[in-house]
Write a protein that binds this ligand. Structure first.
Ligand SMILES: Nc1ncnc2c1ncn2[C@@H]1O[C@H](COP(=O)(O)OP(=O)(O)O)[C@@H](O)[C@H]1O
Ligand SMILES: [Mg+2]
Length: 333
């Protein structure tokens, strides 16, 4: 058991952070141009913490890892930039960096930001692999610097089928041909309802229904846009079977929405939105408190609540203002 502890850094932690930053960056191979991390002092680090914060990781109560935060606005959206990401060479390979990155993502989420970004060096392939493994994708390159970014999941609460449809309509405004959306969630969680909203937003023909009797259905656009390809992966043995269905469209030309797609349909595209629909505990179809409304009809308010979690995967979504588009006030209020 190792005693690993990550906390938001206080200005009084500056000396500890500097010691970790100097030890970590001092142990790196020489780079051209050299980094500037060794020029950090307790004063510069204290000032950075006081402005935008940072993280201090401790192993057995000794300083083991450090990150400085910088709030950045990119195309009008707020991001958390990570600077001086360092693990003391004595404490490597113990999950310190992974734990810090998880914390940093929570901080960005709590600050209502779009995601986390950082600048890495192309000369350090194992560092790049570390970030890629955690879902960070390259969004820019100015050799020898690489801009990496990870957009955070967006969570939306709805309290009626109509609201879930409205989320689908908003989502549709961001979609284009080739996009893949994987829906997961138990039966009745609202996957088809959300797809109806997407279909309405895309202005496609035909009623979107549960694809129970067909494995996949193509809804052509009425406005010259991409068709909606609505797939029930539950009945699909594997994605290869999609090719055998002889549909009027391909995944590259359509917006593809797959119900029950997790574990099956990821291979359709590197870039995708993974949407997870859940009901709050206690709002299952059989449970929940029945309340009587003023006009004497019964309703089960909890039973109509859903949480829609949208997880963007891949470069396609890095420059799309997902949070802004999906969490506008009129939907939430
Ligand atoms: N907030 C909500 N979002 C989506 N559906 C809701 C909501 N509240 C109640 N419902 C109802 O739950 C059911 C969801 O069914 P459906 O969309 O077919 O689910 P799935 O495709 O996941 O099996 C519908 O009858 C819908 O009217
Ligand atoms: Mg369904």
């Amino acid at each position: 058991m190792i005693d690993l502890h990550v906390a938001e850094a206080k200005p009084t932690d500056a000396a500890d952070l500097v010691s970790v930053i100097h030890a970590a960056f001092g142990a790196r191979p020489p780079l051209d141009p050299p980094g500037t991390a060794l020029q950090e002092t307790a004063e510069t680090v204290e000032a950075a913490i006081a402005t935008d914060g940072g993280l201090l990781a401790q192993v057995d109560q000794e300083p083991a890892g450090a990150i400085l935060f910088a709030e950045r606005t990119v195309d009008g959206a707020r991001w958390l930039e990570l600077r001086r990401v360092s693990v003391h060479p004595r404490f490597q390979h113990r999950g310190v960096a992974t734990a810090m990155v998880g914390c940093a993502e929570e901080v960005a989420q709590a600050r209502g930001m779009e995601g986390v970004r950082l600048v890495a060096r192309v000369e350090l392939p194992s560092t790049l692999a570390f970030w890629r493994h955690r879902g960070y994708v390259e969004v820019g390159r100015r050799d020898p610097y690489v801009d990496l970014a990870k957009r955070l999941p967006v969570e939306i609460a709805t309290s009626s089928a109509a609201e879930t449809k409205a989320v689908g309509e908003r989502l549709a405004t961001l979609l284009r041909a080739g996009d893949l959306i994987l829906l997961s969630g138990e039966l009745g969680s609202g996957k088809t309802t959300l797809t109806q909203g997407i279909g309405a937003g895309l202005r496609v023909r035909g009623e979107v229904t549960s694809p129970t009797f067909v494995i996949a259905r193509v809804h052509p656009s009425m406005v010259g846009g991409p068709p909606l390809l609505h797939v029930d992966a539950y009945r699909l043995g594997g994605v290869a079977e999609l090719d055998d269905l002889d549909l009027d469209t391909t995944v590259d030309d359509a917006v593809t929405v797959v119900e029950w797609g997790e574990g099956i349909a990821e291979g359709l595209a590197e870039d995708r939105l993974e949407v997870v629909l859940t009901r709050p505990i206690g709002a299952q179809a059989t449970g929940g408190g029945q309340t009587t409304t003023g006009d004497g009809t019964t309703s089960d308010e909890d039973a109509d609540r859903r949480t829609i979690r949208v997880v963007p995967v891949g470069r396609r979504w890095m420059n799309v203002p997902l949070r802004g588009a999906l969490t506008t006030a009129d939907l939430l209020g």
